[in-house]
Design a protein around this ligand. Structure first.
Ligand code: ZN
Length: 408
């Protein structure tokens, strides 16, 4: 016997339980239910339930297994008014999904009840092409790309580390890149500082970097800070940035940056290079150790020769700067395992990477509970003075003699 649309709808209603938007919200938060929007692309783009997966009804059979590999996870389907989702739910039930419901009244009711809506990510057609390799990956996708475009990263130094980090952060579409550097381009920089060019010798590094970045990607808003990072300006310069990429080459600046970034809760992706070696970690405030946990006592200057004294193989800052860009992008997107609490050592001659575990110092004058409380009370704990004659002690399980050079 032929069935009418009304017959099919009645059968679907008998087979598939329906839940209100409030109940769907509760299932997601309480039972980890997967919410699936089965509408078409244009409907999804005009707003959707936050955190929902989007699989239009036409592709539900082919794509549901990627989104929900297990058959027993609760799944709530919704469409615009609650009918298409009922039929899609029947398909999932036929595929063996055991806990499928349909949201009553669909997205219209969700919206009418004043519930939170995720607004569409509006990438221009040019951006869809430029970032197409990111859009193909679910870990980035249009939402991740929009996140990058809305992100602000500060580069400390437009030197060797900053050059490769800046180029790839710009290419990736990090929307705002700040650069602080007070130096000018010198011929001796060009062996590794590839963001600059021969015809810019004598030009400000910040301006030279901005030209290269915008030639690569005009989406990027480049903010220039033509100044030296000092105690009087550090908080003003770094405030508002999401991640800081530290390419500085002096211990003094690193301590200054560390203390301010910990107080403002901004992660710092740190790298340094020395001849054939590089080291890399991420100082994620209160999640892993900070720079002072690692190096409690500043070294006397003669113990920490920079590149201008010790030399550096040009590719080493390039490699380490790229690893910094990788960490920064992961932190911005909230994907992968950050390097908080891990120090990666790179040896260019062996072509080897070594990883060391780092611990937080429970007595750290900057990131310990006592230090946080003291700051809140307006009486910050004292930190060792720079250039103190105490011996340079590497903390956190590092042996003396680990890489301790400059970043430029
Ligand atoms: Zn610390």
């Amino acid at each position: 016997m032929a069935k009418s649309y009304a017959d099919l709808l009645r059968e679907a209603r008998e087979q598939i339980p329906e839940v209100t938007p409030a109940a769907a919200d509760g299932l997601r938060d309480g039972r980890g239910a997967l919410i699936v929007d089965v509408r078409e692309d244009e409907e999804w783009d005009a707003g959707h339930v936050p955190g929902a997966a989007h699989i239009s009804k036409s592709y539900i059979e082919q794509r549901i297994e990627d989104a929900a590999p297990g058959r027993d996870r609760p799944i709530v389907l919704y469409c615009a008014g609650g009918v298409r989702s009922l039929f899609a739910a029947q398909t999932l039930a036929a595929m063996g999904y055991t806990d499928v419901t349909s949201m009553l009244g669909g997205f219209q009711r969700w919206k009418a009840e004043g519930r939170e809506i995720a607004m569409p990510v509006a990438l221009t057609s040019e951006q869809k092409i430029r970032y197409s390799r990111h859009l193909l990956m679910p870990e980035v996708g249009a939402e991740g790309q929009a996140k990058l475009l809305g992100s602000k990263v500060l580069l400390i130094g437009a030197g060797g580390l900053g050059s490769s980090a800046a180029l790839y952060l710009a290419a990736a579409g990090v929307g705002t890149i700040g650069i602080i550097d007070f130096d000018v381009v010198d011929l001796s920089n060009l062996q590794r500082q590839v963001i600059h060019a021969n015809d810019r010798i004598g030009e400000r590094k910040t301006e030279s970097a901005r030209r290269t970045i915008n030639a690569l990607n005009p989406d990027v808003n480049v903010l220039l800070h033509d100044e030296m990072l000092i105690a009087a300006n550090v908080e003003r310069v770094i405030a508002g940035y999401d991640v800081i990429v530290d390419g500085t080459d002096t211990f003094e600046t690193r301590y200054l940056l560390n203390d301010a970034a910990i107080a403002l809760r901004i992660p710092v992706v740190h790298a340094s290079v020395f001849r054939f070696e590089g080291q890399l970690t991420a100082f994620v405030p209160y999640e892993g150790p900070c720079y002072r946990c690692l190096y409690p006592t500043p070294p006397p200057p003669e113990m920490a020769p920079g590149c201008s004294v010790a030399g550096v193989l040009g590719v080493v800052p390039g490699i380490m700067g790229l690893l910094q860009a990788n960490e920064a992008i992961k932190l911005l997107l909230g994907i992968g395992d950050s390097l908080a609490g891990r120090l990666v050592l790179f040896d260019a001659l062996d072509a080897s990477f070594t990883e060391l575990r780092l611990r937080r110092d429970p007595d750290c004058p900057v990131c310990s509970d006592a230090a946080v409380a003291a700051r809140a009370a307006g009486t910050p704990l004292a930190v060792p003075a720079f250039g103190a004659d105490a011996p340079f002690v590497l903390g956190g399980g590092l042996g003396a003699g680990a890489v301790a050079g400059g970043g430029a």
